[in-house]
Design a protein. Structure first.
Length: 575
């Protein structure tokens, strides 16, 4: 059984879909969508809130709060059950097709018995839709296009690391074109989402044509999808779509704010503009009545004129950042330059690719004040670790300490959390390490209760300083384990165990939603690379981006602290 917030979020989103499919009030459907998102991202456990407490969550009114309470008490909501009964099974799948509205979806089911995308494709190929009222060849073309769009959306998202590589390359190429005033990537990539659908690139220039031609002519452009005066879209040789928009230099700030998003955040800013009798678009902030432009050159100007401080892109997800800005309570977010050292890395002694001295030298080049080596312990049998090997490594670490610009080295280990929460080595041997990271690496399918008990027991070991990649997820490959992470977060706060934000782009574990919840318990965090090669050390940027999306400051992150404070934390004296 999942977290109550997640279950309620899924239920309310289903109700919103049911309302849309049945042709109900669009405003009502939107209200339930907003409430679902708000509850899913709410840090507190909604099962512990009454109606009044639920109404304190943004976008949750009394009617929705009553349904949530009904669900939490009985496991069902009568209004949703009644609506669900009116919608034939399978029709919900049809509504996910971008060009197919709810009314046509119902007609397809009622007239042709269609209740899946595969059945719809068969019907189109057999030309069965053309005899239906309101359908025709053009409708069939639109539906086929919508199905293709849906399939691309489902399959086309890539990891942030791959997207950022392409984006930075494109920005570099276009910045070199004569006449470029400014160039940057925007969209979900600028917000540091963990996966990216396509890349938005903006250029500020007086003339657009040279940039459109430059993008179309790049060696890794496989296809020009569309090319016009204001926008060109290409598909790279790796299948990633890049959309370029060229803005007048005087509209740069408004355009960057608009195309960064998110959509929900932009709705909020436009609502504020309307309340001030203004109009906000990608071209600027205007007087609603006269149409006179007020400002547009910088994002700071846009937000300032709306009575807000500049809001970092990683916060622009409609999770309370507007309200916090109006109260002047936005966090001073941790930045990559604040990180003083990496607390989870590997060498070729276990499953790393580089030797100790190479990893240490690469860390020193990054300007770290300290750096921890944490190779795997023996319970991961394939790593063939022994006490003799780890003690020999410790001697090497001590010999290299301060050898690189005074950078201090910490000798640690990544312990395996066994099925019952046991760790690899006995306490007296663990005493010799500077720090211990403990992680789950196996037995992912235990019961929720067993997984929770297992992790909590590991956190209660006084030698464990950091809980590594807490949910064990691999993006697009393996879901996170089904543990009661609220109980885990509570245990980490109680025991002074830091939660890792694993920066590997295939993990990004914890997720930003989890970070927001954990922070409410008073937990501290460690943003680590989990580097298995020198080239992995820069992954830290992705972990920092995720930490920012979780509203973390450098005081929340133990490896943003000076070494003296970090050592107190590792000894359990500073939590």
């Amino acid at each position: 059984m999942g977290r109550a917030n997640d279950e309620v979020e899924a239920l309310l989103q289903e109700y919103a879909d049911l309302i849309a499919i049945s042709g109900g009030d669009a405003f009502k459907a939107r209200a339930y969508e907003k409430a679902a998102r708000a509850i899913g991202g709410h840090p507190a456990d909604v099962s512990k809130l009454d109606i009044k407490g639920l109404q304190d969550i943004p976008n949750v009114g009394r009617s929705i709060a009553e349904k949530v309470v009904e669900f939490l008490r009985s496991g069902r909501v009568s209004a949703i059950e009644e609506t669900r009964a009116t919608i034939p099974a399978g029709v919900r799948e049809l509504i996910t097709i971008p060009t197919l509205g709810p009314k046509k979806a119902l007609v397809l089911h009622e007239e042709l018995g269609i209740s899946s995308v595969d059945q719809l494709l068969d019907a189109i190929h057999e030309e069965q839709l053309r005899d239906l009222k309101g359908f025709g060849e053009k409708t069939e073309e639109n539906i086929l296009h919508g199905i293709r769009l849906m399939q691309q959306a489902g399959e086309g998202r890539i990891l942030i690391s791959a997207a950022l590589d392409v984006a930075e390359q494109v920005v570099g190429e276009l910045s070199a074109v004569s006449g470029c005033d400014r160039c940057a990537y925007a969209g979900s990539l600028r917000r540091m989402r963990e996966t990216i659908g396509d890349i938005d690139v903006l250029v500020a220039a007086a003339h657009a044509e040279p940039f459109m031609e430059a993008l179309a002519g790049l060696p890794y452009t496989a296809e020009v999808i569309a090319q016009g005066e204001k926008k060109t879209s290409i598909r790279t040789t790796k299948g990633l779509q890049v959309d370029l928009r060229v803005l007048p230099p005087e509209s740069w700030g408004a355009g960057l704010q608009y195309f960064t998003g998110s959509k929900a955040h932009n709705i909020r800013t436009r609502e504020i503009a309307v309340r001030h009798k203004l109009k906000l678009s990608e071209y600027g902030l205007f007087h609603a009545e006269s149409g006179r432009k007020i400002t547009s050159e910088t994002e700071e100007d846009i937000y300032g004129r709306l009575g807000l401080p500049w809001i970092p892109p990683t916060l622009r997800e409609d999770r309370g950042e507007i309200a916090a800005g109006l109260r002047d309570e936005l966090p001073d977010l941790v930045e990559e330059r604040d990180i003083r050292g990496d607390l989870h890395t590997h060498t070729d002694l276990t499953d790393g690719l580089a030797p100790l001295d190479a990893m240490v030298a690469a860390a020193a080049e990054r300007g770290y004040a300290y750096y921890a080596v944490t190779d795997h312990a023996p319970n991961l049998a394939m790593q063939r670790m022994t006490e003799e090997k780890i003690l020999a490594q410790r001697a090497q670490v001590r010999a290299l300490d301060r050898a690189h610009h005074g950078m201090r080295l910490l000798h640690g280990t990544e312990l395996n959390i066994g099925p019952d929460g046991e760790l690899d080595w006995p306490d007296d041997f663990l005493d010799g390490f500077d720090l211990c990271v403990a992680s789950v690496h196996s037995h992912f399918n235990q019961s929720r209760q067993a997984l929770t008990r297992r992790i909590v027991r590991a956190c209660e070991n006084p030698h464990v300083a950091v809980l590594g990649h807490p949910t064990t997820r691999l993006i697009g490959k393996r879901p996170g384990i089904d543990a009661d992470f609220d109980a885990v977060f509570e245990a980490c706060a109680r025991t002074g165990t830091a939660l890792e934000i694993n920066s590997h782009p295939e993990r990004l574990d914890l997720r930003d939603e989890d970070i927001l919840r954990a922070k409410e318990y008073g937990v501290k965090f460690a943003v680590n690379s989990d580097a298995h090669a020198t080239t992995h050390l820069p992954y830290l940027r992705y972990g920092v981006g995720t930490a920012q999306r979780g509203w973390l400051t450098k005081d929340d992150v133990v490896n943003a602290w000076p070494l003296t404070r970090l050592r107190r934390f590792l000894r359990g004296q500073d939590t």
